[in-house]
Design a protein around this ligand. Structure first.
Ligand SMILES: [Zn+2]
Length: 326
């Protein structure tokens, strides 16, 4: 019996290795960027670009650093927009309302920190009492799509209609018209910026060209729209995300994330800049992570000179106190 197994292994291994080394078939790409003219490769670069940096010499109260905490209250909408209606998956979203949000709001109350909540309209309709509580605590509500749709994968007129409807829905629920947009998943279609301008938003918070606020320039033209830049390293989701059916499940420990966020804050403090975090109640609201966020708040408090503000407050102040040409 043993003698018959060995030849099979010797035969099987080379076949297996050979199969792994077979290159995938080369498909002819539909778009051939290496053949673009200069006008063609400049066009996407110039369409949406960082313009002048909005960098006040100091923040209100003589503070050194502006800290803008945001919480994207997505809950089930990220699953719904992908047509994933598994009760198990959806329950992870509901956690954001039942367990996560109360911890987030209690922490913000304890340290008297104003924050910004970007809420897909469907989530706001599902959790109207939560929205009322967030508003009652004095936090800002911003637009975050209708159902967390992937706005670059839908027709431009649908993207516009959904942002309009989401803005109107939040206005009806809160009594205040939002002045800021964070696109779902920080996605940006060729139409997004024009929609932002047409709807009169003060600021967008979806792009990543700087650590400071900046003015968005469209084809060389300053738009007057403030960008409050985000970053994946300043987002809880990539560190703590989890895909049940992926071979890669790179959960980070709260201590890992705390060390990165502390280092990001420390240099923002040294530079006199802005420190903007994107978090999600269904992600950061877990016990080990909300405890980590409190440790970060304690760290920032010990550093001193922190101006906690909503995104709207940072955008207005940066725009009005940066000088320079419009
Ligand atoms: Zn989101």
């Amino acid at each position: 019996m043993r003698g018959s197994v060995l030849p099979w292994i010797l035969f099987a291994v080379p076949v297996s290795v050979g199969a792994c080394n077979t290159p995938p078939p080369v498909e002819e790409p539909e778009v051939r960027p290496w053949e673009w003219t200069e006008a063609e490769w400049r066009a996407p670069i110039e369409a949406v670009r960082a313009g002048r940096r909005l960098a006040p010499s100091e923040w209100p109260g003589g503070n050194r650093v502006a800290v803008a905490l945001s919480f994207d209250f997505d809950n089930e909408t990220v699953s719904l927009r992908d047509n994933n209606t598994s009760a198990s998956v959806l329950s992870r979203g509901q956690y954001g309302s039942r367990a996560g949000l109360p911890r987030v709001l209690n922490l913000l109350r304890k340290y008297e920190i104003p924050a910004s909540f970007f809420i897909p309209a469907v989530s706001a309709l599902l959790y109207q009492e939560d929205v009322a509580e967030i508003v009652a605590d004095g936090h800002e509500i911003g637009v975050h799509g209708w159902i967390h749709e992937r706005n670059s994968l839908i027709p431009g007129d649908a993207e516009r209609e959904l942002i309009e409807r989401a803005t109107d829905t939040l206005t009806e629920l809160t009594g205040t018209r939002p002045v800021g947009l964070r696109t779902p998943s920080w996605d940006y279609s060729p139409n997004t910026l024009q929609i932002v301008r047409d709807l009169g938003f003060l600021y967008d918070s979806s792009l990543m060209a700087d650590d400071w606020p900046y003015e968005i320039v469209a084809n060389g033209e300053p738009t007057g729209v403030v960008e409050l830049p985000v970053e994946w390293i300043l987002d809880d989701a990539p560190y703590f995300g989890f895909s049940r059916y992926s071979a890669l499940r790179p959960h980070s420990t709260p201590d890992d994330v705390l060390s990165i966020w502390k280092a990001e804050f420390d240099m923002a403090h040294a530079e006199g800049g802005m420190f903007l975090l994107t978090m999600h109640p269904h992600v950061i609201g877990h016990r080990s992570r909300i405890a980590m966020l409190e440790r970060l708040i304690e760290h920032m408090g010990a550093a001193g000179g922190v101006w906690y503000a909503t995104h709207e407050e940072v955008a207005r102040y940066a725009l009005e106190n940066s000088g320079g040409p419009d």
